[in-house]
Design a protein around this ligand. Structure first.
Ligand code: FAD
Length: 380
């Protein structure tokens, strides 16, 4: 039918990746619409990962592409911290450990002021520590900021769950390009069905401790998917995220009480100041029981075996991927689907796992390069 779309592309997903990519595309002059099952203001929904992050920049990058994205993000967080200190803050970090040599993380020349701490500055209970300055973010505030900035520039963020990737090419009038930033949704989204996508369950406890301004962590994750970290969130609430767990393929979104107690006790050992409430000092009589709990949380990190998928796929609407045809046996193609047989593009950007915030701005730039390149190619 001879109708046109008001948009150059549709972004599927409004987690930190969908929003960051939409922001970058809008800055480059594209007309964008976002369609998502969970919206940025759904900060209590366990169905997407983004509200549940700590979040800080302490890179896990294991290859040059991941490092490049994390470095880009680190640099851009600097200007965000200057303009929006209630969203992003420059923060001192201390990582401790007990035995063995440690060369330090790969990023010691990226962060500020990296140094091995003298024994006198190592928190009690540990023998070694390094310190540096990096960034922390407040995820719910950061998502709200991205969303309101996009809406103020005329980008709609519409609630809708798509069943198939093809559906997104005709939902708002015909578009030739879709950005797939559906995170864990890419495991079941028809036409993507990526079986290597899986959750990594993270349980945390949010507490109120305005006097805690630094991040603390143990250098190596503990056995059994346990982690121990303390991440203060920028903003007037004085909230601090205590973690946590790192459990691949675990879909449970129920907080486990024993795990919560272990998280709070471990965090108290790392940072006794957590128990000092809104006061500044730490009373010797305080214990982990004095920590003011705000909420118990579980988030599912959208991971992918082998790393995230960030690439352009050329597709034909309505055509079943032959590699997956057995799984589609018995499925009937939608009747009257707009533009069946039309050639389209999809930039996939899902499966970032534990690093969605610290990689977000680098991923957004690369996804936008792919998108702009594809649109230029089909116009020529
Ligand atoms: P998501 O936030 O999951 O968003 C997916 C979007 O796609 C949602 O809008 C969803 O509704 C939508 N969607 C899915 N399926 C469909 C469909 N069929 N139709 C329409 N829409 C659909 N990262 C850091 O960088 N630093 C940290 O310190 C950090 N700490 C973390 C701590 C915890 C406990 C957890 C759980 C995560 C942490 N992370 C951290 C990781 C970070 O939260 C994730 O990497 C990031 O949120 C992933 O964002 P995303 O946009 O890819 O996916």
């Amino acid at each position: 039918p001879p109708y046109t779309s008001a948009y150059d592309c549709v972004v599927l997903g409004s987690g930190v990746l969908g929003l960051s990519i939409a922001d970058e595309l809008t800055n480059r002059g594209l007309r964008v619409a976002i369609v998502a099952r969970d919206l940025p203001e759904d900060v209590h929904s366990s169905a997407f990962a983004s509200p549940w992050a700590g979040a800080n920049w302490a890179s896990f990058a294991s290859n040059p592409a991941e490092r490049r994205r994390d470095i880009t993000t680190f640099r851009r967080l600097g200007s965000l911290a200057a303009d929006h200190p209630d969203l992003v803050r420059r923060t001192p970090f201390v990582y401790v450990w007990n035995e063995g040599e440690y060369d330090g993380p790969w990023y010691k020349d990226v962060v500020y002021d990296y140094r091995v701490l003298p024994r006198s500055s190592v928190p009690p209970g540990w023998t070694h520590a390094v310190g540096f300055t990096s960034y922390t973010l407040n995820p719910p505030r950061y998502l709200a900021h991205l969303a309101s900035s996009l809406r103020s520039r005329g980008v709609p963020i519409l609630r809708h769950r798509v069943s198939s990737l093809d559906e997104a090419y005709s939902l708002l009038g015909p578009v030739s390009l879709v950005i797939n930033a559906t995170g864990l949704g890419s495991r079941t989204l028809l036409g993507v069905e990526d079986a290597s996508v899986h959750p990594i369950r993270g349980q945390t406890v949010t507490v109120r401790a305005p006097s805690v301004v630094g991040c603390f962590g143990i250098k190596d994750p503990q056995p059994g998917g346990q982690q121990c970290y303390v991440i203060p969130r920028p903003g007037p609430e004085g909230h601090v995220t205590l973690g946590g767990t790192f459990l691949p393929n675990n879909y449970s979104t129920l907080p486990d009480p024993d795990t919560a107690e272990r998280i709070v006790k471990d965090a108290y050992k790392l940072c006794p100041q957590l128990a000092s409430g809104s006061g500044s000092g730490t009373s010797r009589t305080n214990s982990w029981r004095d920590i003011q709990i705000v909420s118990h949380n579980v988030g599912l990190r959208p991971a992918r075996t082998g790393g995230m998928r960030l690439e352009l796929e050329n597709r034909v609407l309505g055509r079943v991927n032959m590699e997956q045809k057995d799984e589609h046996a018995g499925l009937v193609p939608a009747r009257g689907q707009v533009g069946r047989g039309r050639e389209v593009g999809c930039v996939h950007a899902y499966g970032i796992g534990p690093a969605g915030y610290q990689a977000s701005l680098g991923i957004a730039e690369e996804a936008a390069d792919l998108a702009v390149g594809y649109l230029a190619k089909i116009k020529s």
